[in-house]
Design a binder for this molecule. Structure first.
Ligand code: N01
Length: 513
């Protein structure tokens, strides 16, 4: 009986070889890889549908800011994307299609929220528990939860007293009618700049609360004409050529971000042009112009954002939010702004997102405690010393500021597949990277990050942890990550054959401790 069959209607522990948490791009991709390798697996999904980010984010205007021909699996190309930068429904449809094609639904347990997981040193297995107390026992545990799934809502005095509707951009409440309402959008990041132009036409008044302006590049996102989609479908090589062109253009931006931040001044010229062509008021232009190097925070793209701001219904408020009242927002200058609806476009818990599940590895060591102490780090962003057979997809320092994360996910699922194969071919039960290998990898990574725009660009971003260390982004070009993960190097790992080997694990002491 496979784990998929066994786990239907059971409170008995369910055994499987591999457990995957989450069914977004990462979890689905991992499932496909394990299917291909004939490894028995289950996917535990907290929600009632697949899709992750692309299921949750349904706010008006939600789209991907990486072109779809690149923001999709290389092994599942789609020739007929309707837009260069697709909107959420089409991306979610794509993931639904992939799920159906690979028959993944039967491996997925929906409404299954993983609470905690611990490694059993003698049995060499993960014991994973959901919030309903269901236990799963697996040899391998893969987190595909990603870093952008826990909404962050600032703790503003009086927030609980506000009596109007209020929701986070990733939890858009479609039952709330915003038409002819006074709507406050808090934040001016990737989500907000897509929301603003979309809702301004409907609302009575739009208050946009900006703490830091973003660099927003002009772009045109027309639909691909039918003939072009046909060419991509029927003329061999054309779609692959487009994908390659997109890839290398984005790598070019990555080169500037990681090697030559000065080159990003060109982007700043484009950003200024984008502001100036829509905004005539010099004071408003000044407010909207960032004072840090483009790329330090995510570079955004929109042809409509500044037009939305230029709409007389929009007011950009740069005063700090001091508190909320039952009917409005009070800024630091003492002005109360009455509002009916508040949209928190305030981003996600990123560098602390790992606290979502309580993980205890070899010897009962608590991963959250370790990472709180040392900062989040993993070997090649995927595996962690002292945490046998545990893998993270889009884990520490493997998100991107310049290209498609789906590319990174593909490198990682292959690497995890290789790790499982390495355990099998060594006749072992488990592996974990040695502390030395992990420290060397991270020392080099942090060294490479020193001169990047993220560390030098003069902004404060969620890429950094509370100590100002970049724990989020990959330090180089994505092809360098491909090189770094192409072939798993078994000498970087300790292998466990039985419980006694656990004592010999190189958990070590952090460098510099
Ligand atoms: O969140 P953000 P997001 N008072 O963290 C502000 C991905 N994404 O949801 O810059 C006032 O970027 C905060 O201000 P500041 C993508 O990776 C992708 O927009 O910190 N303001 C900022 O302006 C993206 O990077 C797509 O000073 C407060 C905003 O809220 C990531 O998701 C589309 C505040 C948060 O911006 C997150 O984007 C959408 C406070 N207390 C999102 N706290 C694609 O297209 C925070 N802010 C792939």
């Amino acid at each position: 009986m496979t784990a998929a069959e066994q786990s239907v209607h059971t409170q008995q522990p369910v055994r499987t070889r591999a457990l995957i948490i989450g069914s977004g791009f990462s979890g689905l991709g991992m499932g496909i890889e394990l299917q291909r390798r004939g490894v028995d697996f289950l996917i535990l999904e907290k929600a009632d549908e697949i899709g992750g980010t692309w299921r949750d984010n349904t706010y008006p205007g939600c789209a991907c800011d990486i072109p779809s021909h690149m923001y999709s699996f290389s092994f599942e190309p789609k020739a007929d994307w309707t837009h260069m930068w697709s909107f959420q429904p089409e991306i979610q449809d794509y993931l639904l299609g992939v799920t159906a094609k690979y028959g993944l639904r039967r491996y997925i347990r929906f409404n299954t929220h993983v609470d905690r997981a611990h490694w059993d040193d003698s049995e060499l297995r993960w014991h994973v528990f959901t919030d309903t107390g269901q236990e799963y026992i697996a040899q391998f545990l893969v987190s595909g939860a990603g870093g952008l799934h826990i909404p962050q809502i600032p703790d503003i005095e009086g927030r609980e007293d506000f009596t109007g509707a209020a929701f986070h951009s990733a939890q858009w409440d479609h039952s709330v009618d915003i038409r002819d309402k006074r709507v406050a959008v808090i934040g001016t990041g990737a989500s907000a700049i897509q929301i603003v132009p979309e809702i301004v036409k409907d609302v009575a008044e739009l208050q946009l609360y900006q703490r830091t302006p973003a660099w927003v590049m002009p772009r045109v996102n027309n639909t691909f004409p039918l003939w072009m989609r046909r060419v991509f479908s029927y003329v061999p090589g054309t779609r692959a050529l487009l994908r390659a062109a997109i890839y290398w253009i984005h790598e070019g931006v990555g080169f500037a971000m990681t090697q030559q931040p000065r080159l990003l001044k060109i982007g700043e010229l484009m950003g200024r042009y984008n502001i100036n062509r829509s905004i005539k008021d010099p004071e408003l232009r000044r407010k909207l112009t960032p004072n840090y190097r483009a790329g330090c925070k995510r570079i955004l793209n929109s042809d409509t954002y500044y037009r939305g701001i230029a709409n007389p219904k929009t007011q950009v408020i740069t005063e700090r939010i001091a508190r909320m009242t039952p009917t409005g927002i009070v800024t630091a200058d003492g002005v109360e702004h009455p509002v009916d609806v508040v949209v928190w476009a305030t981003g996600f818990h990123v560098t602390d997102s790992y606290t979502y599940v309580d993980i205890k590895g070899a010897g009962g060591e608590d991963l959250v405690d370790r990472w709180n102490r040392e900062g989040i780090q993993a070997h090649r962003g995927i595996a962690v010393a002292g945490m046998p057979n545990l893998f993270f997809l889009l884990g520490p320092n493997t998100a991107l500021g310049h290209n498609s994360v789906v590319f990174m996910i593909e490198q990682q699922i292959r690497y995890v597949g290789q790790a499982i194969a390495a355990v099998d071919s060594a006749g072992a039960e488990a592996l974990a990277p040695s502390r030395r290998a992990q420290d060397e990898f991270n020392a080099e990574l942090q060294h490479d990050l020193r001169d990047t725009v993220w560390n030098t660009g003069g902004c404060r971003s969620w890429y950094m942890d509370e100590h100002g260390v970049n724990r989020t982004l990959w330090s180089g070009m994505t092809w360098q990550y491909w090189l770094a993960t192409r072939n798993l190097d078994a000498s970087e790992f300790d292998f466990l054959r039985d419980g006694r080997d656990t004592k010999a694990l190189d958990v070590g002491v952090p460098a510099g401790a």
